[in-house]
Structures are given as C-alpha cells and as structure tokens.
Design a protein around this ligand. Structure first.
Ligand SMILES: *Cc1c(COP(=O)(O)O)cnc(C)c1O
Length: 394
C-alpha cells in the first residue's frame, strides 16, 4: 500500500523565472532554432569546462553518435565500454554498426575498471567509451594512458558530469576539457544542468568540431545564421550524409541561465552529499558512495549500497510508503532484451560488480531545493526500514 503522497522526489530540476525570461526573449526575437543563443551557449559552455571547442546537439545520445562517427567507428568495429550504464551509451555504438564490448566496473564504485580495459583490446577496437557514472569522474588518468599506448581514441560519456572535476597535472580541472579526445554531455532534466533535452560535445580537435557542425544539420555546408546574414545569394551543398541533431535557441537560452547557476547548483549538491555521508555513517551495513581523492563529483545522483541480505525492492517500497522516492542502481545493458541477440554486444566475463551494483544499490533523493532536514528525514526513514534486519531478500 502506498497511502502517502510522495513528499520527497528522487530528483527535481531548478527552473525559475529567469529561465522563463530567457525563453521569452528568444520567442519574441523570432529566431527559435539553432542560431545566436546556441552559439552563445557553446562559447559559455566551452569557457566553463575549459574546452577549445563545444558543439551543441539535440541530446547526449546524438552527441555520442557523432563522437563515435568522428573517430571512425563503423561496421564490424568494437568499442570498449561498460554494461553498467544508461542504455544510450551502448545504443550509440550500435548506431554505428559496431559492437559494444562490456567490461566490469570497479569494486566499491560505479565506474569502469581500467584494469580490465587493456585485456579487452582486440585489433578491432576502435574506441574506448568511458562513463562518468552519476557524475563521479572515472579514472581518466589510467584510461587516457591506455588510449595513448594503444593509439585508441577515448570518448567520455560525460552525460552526468557537468560541473564534476578531476585532479589533473597538479590542479583541479572540470570534466569536459576534454581529458580524452571527445566528451559528451546531457541536459536531460535528470542531470545537473537542463535544457529539457539537449547535449554538448567538447573537443580540442578543430577537425572533429567541424564534422560535428556539419553532421548535426543534415550535412549542410552553410549554417542558417550565415545564410541569413549573407549580403550575396548563397547556395548550400551537402558533401556528406548528415542528421538533424540540432539544439533549438529556446533550449540554449535556458541552458545559458542554468550554466550561470552551475557553481551554486554544484556547491549545494556537495553540501547535501556531505550531510548524507555524515548521517549514513551511523546506519549499519550501508555503503555510501566513494569519492576517490582525485575526483570531485557534482553529485548528480547519490547511490548507496544496501546491506547484502536486504531486499532492494522491499526497501524502496517501504521508503515510498513513507513518501520518499528512490531509484534502483544503474541498469546493466547486457541484461536487456534489446541486447540479447547474437552480435548485439560482447561481455568480457560475468560482470559481477555491474550485476551487484544494479541489484544491491539504490539512489536516494538529491536536488538543490532539498533542505538538510529532508536529508535527515530520508536517512532516519532508511535506518528505520533497515532496523531489525530490514526487509529480507527472498
Ligand atoms: C542520461 C544519459 C545519457 C543519455 O542522455 P540523453 O541526453 O538523454 O540522450 C547517456 N549516458 C549516460 C551515462 C546518461 O546518464
């Protein structure tokens, strides 16, 4: 029975009057799709993450598709990644006709285990697609080193990682510089910064950036803004197969406001994550997320490990009955029907850590409007639910 209305959602975007004002300005300007607002958002995003180039697209899935295409992933190729991720990570590989090769995640975390990456490399490996899961940076130093030694490009699925940082060359740097070859971000409402839907691709390569700009608008070699402001008649041409992966100016205007709030959004999340960590320390059997010394999460999600013998679904239901929404751990792509066919994917083993992470962890509510008292309420409820052994796994 779930008699109580949900008091505490698992996530909630921060959207207010300033975002409405930004959209209003764009609507009244008469230019609503990819134009000056998108260009400004790209400049501001590039400056925020310290990237030479940033190209806005319709979402992170299309960003990943273009990134993989740019490093020439095609039919028959392999891309090393994790199964323990949102399905879009692997879907983008399959859009290219390539096979996702799944390695396990680290014990005690939700990110790719770099030790397993090297063993998974074959002559067909065309890219390594690492994920900064839930906003926690993966071990970029080790992965970039593997990429350098084997001359394999690194693509970062940074969907969750706007505002996350990594300690690099003696200083803290934002995810997205990028530390691999290309980084892809999402602005879905579940992420720290939202434009409704939206994505961004950052790179230090001018050649990649040119491809992204061509491919995101049908492969057309002249942009709408250039045509619009031309004093001479211009005919466009289509040198390559492209897509419609544009972001609209309405979305970009919201994104610019959200980006201005980023420091405030991330620092609030860090405070709440600290409160969680402090309070959870006194709940037996629960493992709070581990932030390595070289990583600073943006705490997009706060995912904890449950005591072993406890039933995940029963804990989640008991919390929901008390008005607290949670989500189970990140999915495992290889377990889905869409990945059950021959050649859909390849796993390098049983992926025990990935399986355990999905089955034995839950995400607790975390959003900037949350009060510290709400965190106490959630942890107290969890402690209560887990007391006397908690709901048993059957
Ligand atoms: C959200 C997410 C995506 C997909 O992002 P969209 O913008 O919704 O396409 C890809 N990878 C990961 C790890 C994600 O969390």
């Amino acid at each position: 029975m779930n008699a109580n209305p949900t008091l505490i959602p698992v996530a909630k975007p921060l959207l207010e009057e300033r975002e409405i004002e930004a959209v209003r300005r764009v609507v009244l300007s008469g230019w609503v799709t990819q134009g000056p607002e998108v260009a400004a958002f790209e400049r501001e995003f590039a400056a925020t993450v310290g990237a030479p180039f940033a190209c806005a697209v319709s979402n992170c899935t299309t960003a990943l598709h273009l990134a993989l295409r740019a490093v020439e992933v095609g039919a028959g190729d392999e891309v090393i990644t994790v199964s323990h991720s949102f399905i879009a990570t692997a879907n983008a590989v399959r859009y290219c006709g390539a096979t996702p090769v799944f390695v396990d995640i680290e014990a005690g975390g939700f990110n790719i285990d770099p030790e397993q990456v090297e063993a998974a490399i074959t002559p067909r490996t065309k890219a390594i697609l690492c994920v900064h899961q839930l906003g926690m940076p993966c071990n970029l130093e080790q992965i970039a080193d593997i990429g350098r030694r084997h001359r394999i490009p690194i693509i970062e699925d940074a969907a969750c990682a706007t505002g996350s940082e990594v300690f690099w060359d003696g200083k803290w740097e934002p995810i997205g510089k990028p530390h691999g070859d290309i980084a892809c971000f999402s602005f879905h409402p579940r992420k720290v910064v939202t434009t409704g839907d939206g994505g961004m691709i950052t790179t230090a390569s001018a050649a990649y950036d040119r491809k992204f700009r061509l491919w995101r608008q049908h492969g057309m070699d002249v942009s709408d803004t250039v045509r619009h402001s031309a004093r001479q008649v211009l005919f466009e041409s289509y040198p390559e197969l492209g897509f419609n992966y544009r972001m609209t100016d309405l979305q970009a205007a919201i994104g610019r406001e959200q980006l201005r709030r980023l420091p405030e959004l991330v620092s609030r999340r860090r405070i709440l994550a600290n409160v969680y960590a402090e309070r959870l320390a006194s709940v037996p059997g629960v493992s709070p997320p581990n932030e390595p010394s070289w990583a600073r999460s943006n705490w997009q999600s706060y995912c904890i490990g449950l005591p072993r013998a406890v039933s995940q679904i029963a804990v989640m239901q008991a919390l929901l009955d008390r008005g607290i929404a949670t989500r189970r751990g990140v999915m495992n792509i290889h377990r889905e029907l869409a990945y059950s066919g021959p050649g859909d994917c390849r796993a390098t083993g049983d992926l025990p850590n990935s399986g355990a992470a999905q089955d034995n962890s839950i995400m607790l509510p975390l959003y900037v409007q949350m009060g510290e008292g709400d965190v106490h309420f959630v942890v107290d409820a969890l402690a209560d639910v887990l007391a006397v052994g908690g709901p048993r796994a059957t």
